[in-house]
Design a protein around this ligand. Structure first.
Ligand SMILES: [Zn+2]
Length: 433
């Protein structure tokens, strides 16, 4: 938004430069103890020490000062379902039953544009409260649901990536569209919204169970037709799901091979979960540069299993970290990182705080192909920021009394923090809270 607005945001600035190689990798980030992010027309114009930048600013420049608090790139959530804000915390079911009993029921309400509009506003409010400035969202099967979300996001200046869930079998009639109709609707939405301002489209076949081969093939063709559009789906989340895919696609060697056959793997493909990949599937993910999206709170809550982070990382598979609300149980990327840490602990692995914060920001942006635009604080990128307070609760402040360094502070933030630790969120240089 080139409105000429200039704002200086002052505090302890932290942004990642590359993936940390382990605990104590101080070369992986840039940290300025008393820093300033200068936002102009929605983008970062400059970042540097306050002592250098402030004297050069016109006297009337607005300065938002957060002494002692951390200013980081806004969090990025690469897998979340916006029609599931009233599905979150649904009791007692694993994946396929959970979909039928709770999710499909709730998603059918999104044919009503008024309902979709109300939930879209709530959803974007909740993301901002949690410091999340970009998300990749599944909509319901109704074009009206995507219209509502993109419309609300555009009005706020927030960059969203979203798509309507494509399904033509194994769901309630209210959510199923004939193969061609769903693709036509997605194409219309791409033309209306992809690249309009900050909005981007993701072709969204829900998963292989809910589409025929014909529909998956058409989705793959749509990806070819629009080479900058993203793709999101689910993969290898649950054993019953995998067995069902085997039954529906007996000719394919694996679940991942189904997506490969229809042209749905590639650098723009976000594959949610990837818990039970076998060796050939890991090789397919690596060779196609597809992204495995780790959704720890969802994997624990739905009882799906433990994401083998080390194995996938060592195999060279790209990895992102996401909430997956409403299978996930929190909108907070901090809470998500805390659960990711525990999932790794259960497998004798660790997630250093530096790696977790890099994932939530720079690495998630890179997974979306949006590095340079979001995920770091650097001139030219959008001034999407989160201001974090590691002393937000009495227990956190108490713990911080003995915290020795930045890395330990970040670990306190991810282990104990949530929306209460988010002091402010900036969207394109403007405060969102
Ligand atoms: Zn999901």
């Amino acid at each position: 938004m080139p409105d000429g607005s200039v704002r200086a945001i002052r505090g302890r600035v932290l942004t990642f430069l590359r993936a940390p190689r382990g605990v104590g990798d101080t070369e992986s980030y840039r940290y300025i103890d008393d820093g300033v992010v200068l936002a102009r027309d929605g983008r970062t114009a400059a970042v540097g020490p306050a002592a250098e930048l402030l004297p050069g600013l016109p006297a009337e420049t607005a300065v938002d000062h957060y002494p002692g608090e951390l200013i980081m790139p806004g969090f990025i959530d690469p897998h979340i379902h916006y029609p599931q804000t009233q599905v979150i915390a649904s009791y007692g079911a694993q994946l396929l039953e959970w979909l039928e009993k709770y999710t499909f029921v709730e998603e059918q309400k999104f044919g009503d544009p008024a309902h979709a509009a109300r939930i879209a506003e709530f959803f974007l409010d909740e993301l901002a409260r949690n410091g999340t400035t970009t998300a990749v969202a599944y909509c319901s099967a109704h074009p009206a649901s995507a219209e509502a979300l993109f419309g609300a996001a555009a009005r706020r200046g927030v960059g969203m990536i979203a798509g309507t869930a494509i399904m033509n079998r194994n769901g309630p009639p209210g959510l199923l569209e004939p193969a061609r109709d769903a693709i036509t609707a997605s194409r219309d939405l791409i033309r209306r919204w992809h690249g309009k301002g900050r909005q981007r489209y993701a072709v969204t076949p829900r998963f292989a169970i809910t589409s025929t081969g014909e529909q998956l093939e058409a989705a793959g063709a749509l990806l070819k037709e629009f080479p900058t559009v993203l793709m999101q789906t689910h993969l290898d989340e649950n054993h019953d799901e995998i067995a069902t895919v085997k039954r529906l696609f007996p000719e394919d060697a694996s679940y991942t091979a189904v997506y490969e056959r229809f042209g749905l793997l590639g650098p723009r493909s976000l594959m949610g979960h990837c818990i039970h990949l076998d060796e050939t599937e890991i090789a397919l993910m690596r060779d196609t540069k597809s992204v495995a999206v780790f959704c720890p709170t969802s994997n624990l809550f739905i009882g799906s299993g433990l994401f083998n982070y080390r194995k996938l990382a060592e195999a060279g598979v790209r990895i992102a970290l996401a909430t997956d609300v409403g299978g996930g149980t929190s909108y907070s990327m901090l809470r998500t990182a805390a659960e990711a840490y525990k999932v790794l602990q259960l497998q004798g692995q660790n997630l250093p705080a530096l790696a977790a914060f890099d994932l939530m920001t720079r690495a998630n942006a890179a997974a979306l192909g949006l590095d340079g635009e979001i995920g770091t604080i650097a001139p030219g990128g959008f001034a999407d920021l989160v201001v974090l307070d590691a002393r937000a609760t009495p227990a956190m402040a108490h713990r911080m009394e003995v915290t020795r360094d930045l890395e330990e502070e970040l670990f306190v933030l991810m282990t104990m923090g949530d929306d209460r630790a988010v002091r402010q969120t900036y969207i394109a240089g403007q405060p969102a809270l």
